[in-house]
Design a protein around this ligand. Structure first.
Ligand code: GLA
Length: 503
């Protein structure tokens, strides 16, 4: 008998004892926290997510880990006794207030967004918390280029604003608004459903949407009727990052299902695959879905999401990837956005038609930055030839937000067919000048101010790699030509940008 089975039997025995009246009130509060406990989180749309809390008593106090949504196992970094409760913390800042409650545990989780309602964790054998077994990996080969995404994909994704609140109505609304706001005319095409759409698998193993999405094929037909395309989300692991069903072992079947529904884009998020496979195995794991999409009978953009691990930019195109995340998740604040955006320059050589670096989706319009900062966010992403996935509520967009997202002069830089990503060519204190060559022979020039206070910027064109005095210079936010001699000088607002094309 393994030690985990013994621990589970001990817990079950305790549970039985506690069912008797003798145990009432006292609730075995003296019993040490040990063993494995399943924490169920039922959702109103017919899905129950499972996490596991694992404890081992030690002389120095309880230790352990949480298997969050079956997706990632994080050790507790400390445990503090507060009255009858032990408060466990993991490195991501999450906390779990845990108390013995008769046979079970009462748990109040906080995933950074405030405390969840109290939930009950029940004792289970440790083996329940173990990841699914590995599947044989295919020999590595190059998946043929699918010919899609010759310029960076543009669209909208549900995650940044709606997260779990996305449903059929939200997606139809986003499609309607994408057209009526002028975004579709400005080039936005993809309406992408992120995590939380999945229910599980039917008896034939086919993936089934939960009750938020009653008819995926009808939804795709609706989005297509607007002249737009529909995207979806999954994971190479058995669970997505949110704890919903992933594609592990069902890659071909899922790709075929997507094709039948009329899906045009797949974001494929590493998540629970990290509990099964090593980083050295990222490529064959992603190749499984790359091959499946190549054979599913429908052109589907393949978006890799593994946060830039293992230099994905060097092998992303070889698994059929059209874009790959280069970083962890963006947040709607200046620090997160600017830390990500201004650190992308070294990846410029890896971007080009059909295969793009993805510094994550846009936060423009979500409220955490000023309009000036959002203009910088948009300019920087366009300089980086980044995919432009709006992440706001399109139905409640301010005029500022709409104007930023539909600035065609700036979008034209992002969508330039040469597909060359910008690099930083000059740094003058807080001022950074980034440039990228365009198909026409002109050069896009963005003058960023990373400091909080307005600052002057002056340079010779030669300093930013533009040899002679340009014939014409256009300001892409003022939409006007500007006079420029052999030098250019301007003033840039704090956290702001001046963006030009010089010809
Ligand atoms: C990860 C991804 C996010 C989003 C969530 C959904 O964190 O990086 O972009 O897809 O998962 O659970």
């Amino acid at each position: 008998m393994t030690s985990s089975t013994i621990a589970w039997l001990r817990q079950s025995l305790l549970a039985l004892l506690c069912l008797s009246a003798l145990c009432a009130g006292a609730a075995a509060s003296a019993a040490p926290l040990e063993g494995t406990w399943r924490l169920d989180e039922p959702k109103p749309f017919g899905v129950t997510l499972h996490s596991y809390l694992k404890f081992e008593p030690t002389a120095a106090g309880p230790k352990g880990s949480v298997v969050a949504n079956g997706s990632v196992e994080l050790p507790f970094v400390d445990a503090k006794q507060v009255g009858a409760e032990t408060v466990f913390r993991v490195s991501w800042g999450w906390t779990f207030r845990v108390r013995r409650d008769g046979a079970n545990l009462s748990v109040v989780a906080n995933y950074g967004g405030g405390e969840e309602p109290p939930a009950t964790a029940v004792p289970v054998p440790e083996s329940d918390s173990q990841p699914e077994p590995r599947l044989p990996l295919p020999p590595v080969h190059d998946v043929a280029d699918n010919g899609l995404a010759r310029t960076p994909p543009m669209g909208w994704n549900s995650w940044n604003h709606f997260a779990e609140r996305v449903d059929d109505r939200t997606v139809r609304g986003a499609a309607d608004r994408m057209v009526s706001s002028g975004m579709a005319a400005a080039g936005y095409t993809y309406i992408n459903i992120d995590d939380t759409w999945e229910a599980g698998r039917n008896a034939s193993g086919e993936i089934v949407p939960n009750s938020k999405f009653p008819d995926m094929a009808a939804l795709a037909a609706y989005v297509h009727s607007k002249g737009l395309k529909l995207g979806i989300y999954s994971s190479p692991g058995p669970y997505t990052c949110g704890g919903y069903a992933g594609s592990h072992g069902h890659e071909d079947q899922d790709a075929r299902t997507y094709a039948v529904w009329g899906i045009d884009y797949l974001k494929y998020d590493w998540c629970s695959a990290g509990r099964i496979y090593t980083l050295d195995e990222l490529r064959p794991v992603y190749q499984r879905m790359g091959d499946a999409l190549a054979h599913c009978g429908r052109p589907i953009v393949f978006s890799l999401c593994e946060y830039g691990m293992h230099d994905v930019w060097t092998w992303g195109p070889k698994v059929g990837g059209n874009l790959w995340r280069t970083t962890g998740d963006i947040q709607d604040n200046w620090k997160s956005m600017s830390d990500i955006g201004f650190n992308q320059g070294r990846l410029a050589p890896y971007a080009g038609p059909g295969h793009w670096n993805d510094p994550d989706m846009l936060e423009i319009g979500n409220g955490g930055m000023s309009a000036t900062e959002y203009r910088t966010h948009f300019s920087l992403w366009c300089m980086l030839a980044a995919p432009l996935m709006a992440g706001n509520d399109l139905g409640r967009m301010s005029e500022d937000t709409r104007e930023i997202l539909t600035n065609r002069d700036v979008i034209a830089v992002d969508q330039d067919r040469l597909g060359r990503e910008a690099t930083r060519t000059l740094k003058l204190g807080d001022i950074e000048v980034w440039t990228r060559p365009l198909e026409s022979g002109a050069v896009a020039v963005a003058i960023f101010n990373r400091g909080p206070a307005e600052a002057p910027a002056a340079f010779d064109w030669g300093q930013v790699g533009i040899g002679a005095k340009p014939r014409s210079v256009r300001d892409l936010w003022r939409h006007a030509n500007v006079e420029a001699g052999s030098q250019y000088s301007t003033t840039v607002p704090g956290h702001g940008v001046v963006m030009l094309t010089a010809d």
